[in-house]
Design a binder for this molecule. Structure first.
Ligand SMILES: Cc1cc2nc3c(=O)[nH]c(=O)nc-3n(C[C@H](O)[C@H](O)[C@H](O)COP(=O)(O)OP(=O)(O)OC[C@H]3O[C@@H](n4cnc5c(N)ncnc54)[C@H](O)[C@@H]3O)c2cc1C
Length: 405
């Protein structure tokens, strides 16, 4: 179907904006993810996007959005796919926290937080995982206790991406240990500069330090920072994880893309080995897998455009993208050979970093095994895993550092 004239005009506006703001800007290497240079470039881009009337396209005007139909967002994503990802650092802010606040936040929370988030003035992180609660995040031990008009938070989170540069975090904490583990959790907005919050960066094998341990000692937050209903945090956490899987699996863009295949073909050409028939076959396999992944992502986005909250199908895209990443990593090391482990200048370091940082794909946002469990249970309708703690009050479970008698 041909585009309506205003849609065509909108597409041209997106393209003109991207030509001006996303071309020729050095974003820093992979190891700089979450680093000052990359973040500043992202903030500058996002503010310009807001000023151009192209940020928060589908969010209501009164909260800083553009109040547009979802078809405009599709157009934006299609155009953005042809340019460098300027907003990688905003994946959690915009792909996860923003839709959660818009869907479950109170009117006051929407007024207070959405516009600054959309404009990129504030950065948000997600505080779910703990040392004893990752795949089984409902076993979390960080607790929030009511004290007058405040909630007092004590405990620890880990692997918190960008906590060291974030202004706010969406945190889940235990608010009732007397009920089974999924039933006594609530979700809150936590200002990262609140007294008692201590952020300790974790140094990664690829040279970056984009995630952190976060400790909470008697951190007091206003009662109105509760998101949604008290003790309904598990349902909201599940919704946020679905948004996360779409954000990771489908990315910020739309349309058919095959970035990994393209860059590997370029590297193989540069190194004079592109005519090797076995390598060509492997490169074509990556190209084909990425094309299929784009189609899966487009279907997920189309479902969201039709008004559906992302469902377990998001796990398909996430698992698929991790499998491609793993295969492409092996092929990349074959192409760059010894310079993937020892290099001079810029001959191989970037590929080594990409290979190392790619390992996180099968863990972040839920491991591959957990995605397979979700697909088995909720897409294919297979019998669920045995649950030994069903109906048992949280305080009686042996989880983390908690020991029952
Ligand atoms: C790059 C990166 C960024 C992250 N960012 C964030 C963030 O911003 N916020 C946040 O809250 N968390 C974040 N995480 C944490 C991430 O969500 C957890 O690491 C992940 O959920 C796995 O939890 P775990 O590390 O505790 O592993 P575990 O849960 O201890 O799992 C260990 C192993 O056991 C397997 N396993 C566990 N349970 C099952 C089961 N039921 N069936 C089959 N196999 C199972 C797992 O697949 C895995 O192989 C991030 C992680 C990474 C790598």
């Amino acid at each position: 179907m041909p585009e309506a004239p205003d849609e065509a005009e909108f597409r041209a506006r997106c393209r003109a904006f991207l030509d001006e703001h996303a071309v020729g800007i050095h974003l820093g290497g992979d190891a700089d993810a979450g680093g000052a240079k990359r973040l500043e470039a992202g903030r500058t881009f996002q503010r310009a996007l807001f000023d151009a009337g192209l940020a928060g396209l589908t969010y209501p005007v009164e909260y800083g959005g553009q109040g547009l139909d979802k078809s405009y967002e599709k157009i934006w994503r299609e155009e953005y796919a042809n340019y460098p990802n300027m907003t990688f650092e905003f994946t959690i802010s915009h792909g996860m926290c923003l839709p959660m606040l818009a869907e479950y936040g109170t009117e006051e929370q929407k007024q207070a937080y959405l516009k600054d988030n959309i404009r990129g003035d504030t950065l948000w992180c997600q505080m779910f995982s703990e040392p004893g609660a990752g795949s089984d995040v409902a076993s979390l031990q960080t607790k929030a206790e009511r004290d007058g008009d405040t909630w007092v938070i004590n405990g620890q989170k880990v692997w918190t991406t960008l906590a060291h540069v974030s202004d706010y975090g969406v945190i889940i904490a235990r608010t009732d240990p007397e009920v089974p583990k999924h039933a006594g959790i609530s979700m809150f907005i936590l200002p990262m500069d609140a007294p008692g919050v201590e952020v300790r960066p974790i140094h990664q094998i690829d040279g970056g330090k984009h995630f952190n341990e976060v400790f909470f000692t008697d951190v007091s937050i206003p009662a109105e920072n509760l998101i949604g209903e008290l003790n309904n945090g598990w349902n909201m956490a599940t919704a946020m994880l679905m948004y996360e899987r779409v954000a990771i699996g489908a990315g910020a863009t739309s349309g058919i893309t095959h970035d990994r295949a393209d860059s590997l073909i370029e590297e193989a050409t540069k190194r004079g080995i592109i005519d090797d028939p076995t390598l060509r076959q492997k490169l074509m396999r990556i190209y084909t897998l990425e094309t299929c992944q784009s189609l899966v992502s487009m279907r997920t986005r189309a479902e969201m455009q039709a008004g559906k909250t992302p469902g377990p199908g998001g796990s398909l895209g996430k698992l698929f993208s991790t499998n491609i990443m793993n295969y492409a990593r092996d092929v990349s090391m074959e192409i760059v050979g010894a310079s993937g482990v020892a290099w001079e200048g810029d001959t191989g370091g970037g590929w080594a970093r990409t290979a190392l940082s790619g390992l996180q794909g099968g863990i972040a946002g839920g491991t591959n095994e957990i995605q397979k469990n979700i697909i088995g249970d909720r897409v294919l309708g297979l019998p669920r895993d045995i649950s030994v703690d069903k109906g048992v009050p949280f305080k009686d479970l042996k989880v983390g550092t908690q020991k029952s008698d």
